[in-house]
Design a protein around this ligand. Structure first.
Ligand code: AMP
Ligand code: ZN
Length: 475
């Protein structure tokens, strides 16, 4: 597989450190509010990547953190503490907020067919690991204490900026965020590893440390949680594009300073989902969540389909119109797949044809996870010159990766149609006429069949022949 590596800024062949195994880490949510559908775009595309790696036969171990401490509103060391903000907003404790929104996040994931990572670890469970790594960084001279906090010293690195070419002047947080720059920092890019002298006097969660009572900065959690569960060599690190700087840049700085060798080889970044009215922002009242989509009558899987129609390295524009188009295309796709499940006790799978289709599917995803192309291959399956058993097998294999619930939705559609056909709510008189019409058709007495159809119509019902059989419905 070829994948765009943000660290080298080019497409590279994906070769894990240990043949056959993939150590994969994904930055998890900050659980101070519901995830918006932009956040979930990132998790959907990461889910496709994980499942595709598994599809190719690799043994993936995926770890995700839950940020329940340390993340400030600016992503750097300025602004408010997000968790504290959530707790104040809802008059709850930080831990109550964390529990509620962690559960809500995984509920959303379930609705979107996003698989649970192998390991999910909240930051607050790993304080000892953070202290261990920060102590080692201090010992090695990569960190310093100033004004009561512990900072990482970015001037100790040969190369700090990995994903972009920032200059020190660009990092004037005082100008950028409209807040005071931190005078304790020796260099503008330095970042907090541990807060003791907090600017948040009401910080709820504090732990003892060699530097006094305090709490960790945001970035240290991902390095430590990754190393705790995946060891010294990480194959693949994922996140949204906004995580590149400062979060992932800082993760690399501290991990490699601690380990003394390169840490993670491939960096996968999903570009943003945007709206033109800022509805993606959690700070602006009503924002776009999976529940909101459901309230408006959308199947969450139609949103997943919408995401898959675009490449993960392109900004995706959200609008209700765009979602409507995706939902209609998804419904059409399901309706085209449904007949494959009409009669399932026929031929064997044609292995040669099946492999040909799988190869096309792999070609699409091997090229930097081109999901839009993979969906085109799905349509090719439906058009393919082969039997239904082969088509079903291909659809189900592809849907292991795409996870848009195709077989379930197709079967559901069929059973709904069957229910309609069984004429449950249809008056006995109409059912009798339909039966007589079927007999007339069987006997090729089409004049009589037409006459019966007219009678049925006069009683306010329509009888139709479809690919799924005879359908009767109210006119
Ligand atoms: P957070 O809960 O803020 O820590 O973000 C969770 C994930 O969502 C991170 O990987 C972010 O990079 C990603 N993310 C944030 N905003 C968007 C967006 N508008 N579109 C796609 N991904 C996003
Ligand atoms: Zn992270």
């Amino acid at each position: 597989m070829y994948i765009y590596n943000s660290a080298s800024r080019k497409k590279e062949e994906f070769i894990p450190h240990t043949a056959g195994r993939v150590n994969m880490y994904t930055c998890g949510p900050t659980v101070y509010h519901y995830a918006h559908i932009g956040n979930l775009r990132t998790y959907i595309m990461e889910d496709v990547l994980e499942k595709y790696l598994r599809f190719t036969g690799l043994d993936v171990r995926r770890v995700m953190n839950i940020t329940d401490v340390g993340h400030l509103t600016s992503d750097g060391d300025t602004g408010d503490d997000k968790m504290l903000k959530g707790a104040k907003r809802e008059h709850k404790t930080v831990m109550e907020i964390a529990k509620y929104y962690t559960d809500a996040f995984f509920d959303d994931c379930k609705k979107l067919n996003i698989k649970m990572p192998d390991v999910v670890e909240p930051a607050t469970h790993c304080i000892d690991e953070f202290i261990k790594v920060i102590s080692a960084l201090l010992e090695k001279g990569y960190a310093y204490e100033a004004g009561g906090n512990i900072y990482f010293d970015t001037s100790k690195l040969d190369k700090y900026y990995i994903f972009n070419d920032f200059r020190e002047e660009d990092l004037d947080v005082g100008v950028r965020e409209g807040v005071e720059a931190d005078d304790n920092k020796k260099n503008k890019a330095d970042f907090v590893l541990w807060f003791t002298k907090s600017k948040f006097e009401d910080q709820e969660l504090k732990w003892d440390s060699p530097w006094g009572l305090g709490y960790p900065g945001w970035h240290i959690e991902c390095s430590c949680i990754s190393m705790k569960h995946l060891g010294e060599y990480l194959d693949l690190h994922c996140g949204g594009i906004d995580n590149q700087f400062p979060h992932h840049t800082n993760e690399i700085a501290q991990s490699e300073a601690f380990l003394g060798h390169p840490w993670c080889k491939y960096w996968f970044h999903v570009h943003h989902l945007n709206t033109n009215d800022g509805k993606m922002s959690k700070s602006k009242g009503e924002f776009l969540t999976v529940s909101l989509l459901e309230q408006k009558g959308y199947d969450p899987l139609a949103y997943r389909f919408f995401c898959l129609q675009s490449h993960y390295r392109k900004t995706l524009e959200f609008s209700w119109e765009n979602l409507d188009n995706a939902a209609a295309a998804y419904a059409k796709l399901v309706a085209r797949i449904a007949p494959l499940y009409g009669n399932t006790d026929e031929e064997d799978v044609d292995d040669a044809k099946f492999n040909e289709l799988v190869n096309k599917f792999r070609e699409a995803l091997d090229g930097d996870l081109n999901t839009a192309q993979a969906i085109t291959v799905l349509y090719d399956v439906l058009k393919a010159d082969t039997n239904n058993a082969t088509k079903r097998e291909a659809v189900e294999h592809f849907d292991y990766v795409l996870s848009i619930g195709l077989a379930e939705a197709a079967k559901k559609l069929l059973s709904e149609k069957a229910k309609e056909n069984s004429g449950e709510d249809i008056p006995e008189e109409v059912n009798e006429l339909v039966k007589q019409r079927a007999e007339a058709r069987k006997a090729k007495d089409f004049a009589k069949a037409d006459e019966l159809r007219t009678k049925i119509t006069e009683l306010g019902y329509i009888v139709e022949e479809t690919r799924q059989g005879t359908v009767i419905r109210k006119a």
